[in-house]
Design a protein around this ligand. Structure first.
Ligand code: GLC
Ligand code: CA
Length: 546
């Protein structure tokens, strides 16, 4: 018999083919009521901007009731919007208003752990057995070792330690163990009553928000639900069950994994997975090599997108091509410009020309690009901030969106500057939306044009073919072709992030160049075996081949 939980043959909804996503950190996007913290009405108020940028979907970081010891990734009520962001009605209004502009809204689902303030956990921590006793993972004595996992002891009436996923405030929900160790009955199998009840509880949460208009979920730490799960086979089986349920009841819903391993997450039923700084060294090598989140030394000299030219595209490409091969026919890979966990913004240490090169790449690669709020105007990291809500090294990339030059808060909020969630970037010359929106040559408008370009060309669609044509270790340029499966459209992309002009003879299936879509007219010329590419310093070109 075939596996009833296998993914369906249609791997994802058609709208994803030319979709561009935009991640909003709700705390710092726009504060509509002047209390210093961004909110949902603030996001609604900026939908015109988001629509004009051309994005199709928003991913909101968790906006539910929480003590905010990890910025909301410590949920204490999955069914209630945190009052600081507004009400459930505000969220439903945002779903509807966004949808009216063709924009879908994705929520952040945190299925792996709750806050230690969640009533489920508080009940679970009690001495008497109750409905929630097995909803979290408890060792059976405070003195018992946790077998390679992190357990917090001494805080509960219950005799035992609770396993955590991230910070101490984030007790792991119990999805069971793939291989419970004999002699450790506290390690429950995945189909024990506790783990089954937790699965059902997460389905209920998803149903609740899908019924109210959410388009789907970015799923936090999606690969780590089942413990001691070699190859994540049981975790994958769990998600296939979720996906089968969604396909039957919510066929339009989309699941995006924070997993960082498309070869596992896509067969597990996710429509999309990310390249992530902690999962793929190749991703880091593009923009942030030498600039580990905590220890940035002031330059990214060994990143591919760096003027030094020291970068090596193979570090990215060899890894990417493996992921890309396993994603074929299964789902899509998302390349983010940054996110709330990458402590250094894309613009750190880069000028507009460097950023344009990076954006040409981000918006012409296969899969679905994700823009981290503010990256489209070149917002920079704020250094030296104390940790906010468990942000630590991540805090400096979570500062308020820079809307205009209004003092003192760059149009983010009318609150007193010292009442803001995080300070505005202190540089008086910081980039703003207002400065860039009417300047045709601005980064914002170039990014906007590149988004429009992506949408106008089927060869740039998420699943259109990708062929590296010139990608030599330690050499430039990097040249690749995108083409529709039937060959009806072909597009060449050439990138030279370095400060030196570069020339290369690029083998490829020749064809007359029909149109310069981006960059200089003479950058690419055709000959009988391929192309001659000549790119000035820090430049990129996109050509259509007839
Ligand atoms: C994910 C989130 C991160 C959070 C962690 C724990 O990695 O992106 O912000 O701290 O999970 O939930
Ligand atoms: Ca507010």
């Amino acid at each position: 018999m075939s596996d009833p939980t296998a993914p369906t043959s249609r791997p994802y909804p058609a709208w994803l083919e030319d979709a561009v996503f935009y991640e909003i950190y709700p705390q710092t996007f726009y504060d509509a009521n002047g209390d210093g913290i961004g909110d949902l009405p603030g996001i609604s108020a900026k939908l015109d901007y988001l629509q004009s940028l051309g994005v199709d979907a928003l991913w909101l970081n968790p906006c539910f009731v929480s003590p905010f010891e990890d910025a909301g990734y410590d949920v204490s009520d999955y069914y209630q919007v945190a009052p600081r962001y507004g009400t459930n009605a505000d969220l439903e209004a945002l779903f509807a208003e966004a949808r009216g502009r063709g924009i879908r809204v994705f929520l952040d689902l945190v299925p792996g752990h709750t806050s230690w303030q969640h009533p489920w956990f508080k009940a679970s921590a009690r001495h008497e057995r109750n409905e929630y006793s097995d909803w979290f993972i408890w060792t059976d004595r405070v003195w018992a070792p946790a077998e390679g996992m992190r357990a917090i002891t001494g805080l509960s009436e219950r005799d035992g330690g609770f396993i955590i996923n991230f910070f101490a405030c984030q007790p792991a929900l119990n999805y069971g163990f793939a291989n419970p160790e004999p002699g450790h009955p506290w390690q429950q199998p995945v189909d024990a009553p506790g783990p089954r009840a937790v699965r059902q509880a997460m389905k209920d949460v998803m149903r609740f928000w899908l019924d109210r208009g959410a388009a789907g979920f970015r799923v936090d730490m999606a690969g780590s639900l089942v413990k001691q799960d070699p190859g994540r086979r049981e975790t994958a089986r769990l998600w296939r069950e979720m996906r089968a349920w969604l396909d039957a009841e919510y066929p339009d819903a989309v699941l995006i994994a924070e997993w960082g391993k498309p070869s596992e997450s896509l067969p597990a039923g996710f429509h999309m997975d990310f390249l992530l700084h902690f999962a793929q060294a190749g991703y880091t090598s593009l923009f942030r090599k030498g600039g580990d989140d905590g220890q940035w030394d002031g330059r990214y000299g060994w990143s591919f997108f760096d003027r030094s030219g020291h970068g090596n595209i193979r570090e990215f490409l060899d890894e990417y091509l493996r992921d890309y091969a396993t994603a074929q026919g299964r789902g899509l890979i998302c390349i983010p410009s940054g996110n709330h966990d990458m402590g250094q913004r894309l613009a750190e240490g880069r000028e507009i020309a460097d950023l344009l090169c990076a954006w040409v790449f981000l918006l012409t690669m296969p899969g679905v690009p994700f823009i981290y709020y503010g990256d489209e105007i070149g917002m920079r990291t704020v250094h030296g901030l104390p940790s906010k809500e468990g942000g630590y090294q991540r805090t400096g990339a979570r500062t308020p969106m820079q809307w205009d030059n209004a003092l003192p808060n760059a149009g983010f909020s009318t609150a007193a500057a010292d009442a803001l969630y995080l300070p505005i970037h202190p540089d008086a010359a910081r980039p703003t939306v207002a400065d860039q929106i009417n300047d045709r040559g601005s980064l914002l408008n170039r990014v906007r044009s590149l988004i429009a370009l992506r949408k106008a060309h089927p060869a740039l669609a998420a699943s259109a073919e990708f062929r590296p044509l010139y990608a030599e270790a330690g050499k430039l340029p990097f040249v690749y072709e995108r083409r529709t499966h039937d060959g009806s459209e072909r597009i060449l992309v050439a990138l030279n992030p370095s400060a030196a002009a570069v020339t290369a003879d690029v083998p490829g299936e020749p064809g007359p160049l029909a149109e310069t879509l981006y960059g200089a007219d003479a950058a690419i010329t055709a000959h009988d075996r391929g192309w001659q590419v000549h790119l000035p310093a820090v430049s990129a070109a996109i050509y259509r081949v007839a």
